[in-house]
Design a protein around this ligand. Structure first.
Ligand SMILES: N[C@@H](CCC(=O)N[C@@H](CS)C(=O)NCC(=O)O)C(=O)O
Length: 218
């Protein structure tokens, strides 16, 4: 059964790979599973039809037969559990890969999101200039810790896994800032993720939405 995912009809980054459907697209490409993509507008995301799929009115969602999922982490985990290529077979290695997925979403992503909120939604507040350096310090703290753990390894725990997929995509949001460059091994790690053929195919598919080459969901 070919699953259907949802993605932005019009994304703030114009298809530069930052919207979270990219994680799902990338995971699907890694496991060689085709999908249909239904594009939704910001307005439609808040309407009952989409809210029935996603209670928070966001993308991505994932529909496969009777199953509907939201939350990019849950969707990637589901794909990893049902297809080879994203989670190791060894039980302990699999548990650690899932741990890194949570670390990406729960420990590394929050301060990065805080920075975006502070810059784009609160940038005009009188306290914004004082707050930004505090958030940047929190991000640097996490990046420093992650850089130490990664060391000169290619991936976080042996072979590439869903843990790396989530971590690379989380770090990608820092690419426009100079911060990632302060940690050369993390910058190289992100570049390794972007160099994967599956990532490139997913990126091209997301970008195609903005170049008019997207094939509509059937
Ligand atoms: N924790 C959720 C976050 C989903 C999320 O924030 N989606 C964004 C796009 S990347 C969205 O739909 N934003 C529009 C909105 O919140 O109105 C996940 O990982 O799937």
């Amino acid at each position: 059964m070919i699953p259907t995912i949802t993605a932005f009809e019009s994304s703030p980054d114009r298809g530069q790979g930052l919207a979270r459907d990219m994680r799902v697209r990338w995971a699907l490409e890694e496991v060689g599973q085709p999908c249909r993509v239904r594009l939704v507008s910001f307005g439609a995301m808040k309407q009952p039809a989409h809210l029935a799929l996603h209670p928070f009115g966001q993308i991505p969602t994932y529909e496969e037969g009777e199953l509907t999922l939201f939350e990019s982490g849950a969707i990637v985990l589901h794909l990893g559990q049902h297809h080879a290529g994203l989670l190791p077979d060894d039980a302990n290695a699999r548990a650690r890969a899932i741990m890194w997925m949570f670390a990406a979403l729960n420990t590394v992503e929050p301060p990065i999101l805080e920075l975006q909120t502070a810059r784009f939604l609160e940038g005009d507040k009188p306290w914004a200039a004082e707050r930004l350096p505090l958030i940047r310090d929190r991000i640097r703290h996490r990046l420093g810790q992650l850089a130490v753990r990664l060391g000169d390894a290619d991936w976080l725990d042996g072979a590439f896994s869903a843990g790396d997929l989530m971590m690379v995509h989380t770090l990608l949001r820092l690419k426009p800032s100079a911060m990632l460059g302060e940690y050369p091994n993390l910058a190289a790690y992100v570049a390794r993720g972007e160099a994967r053929p599956a990532y490139k195919r997913a990126f091209a598919a997301q970008l195609a939405v903005f170049t008019g080459k997207h094939a509509a969901a059937g």
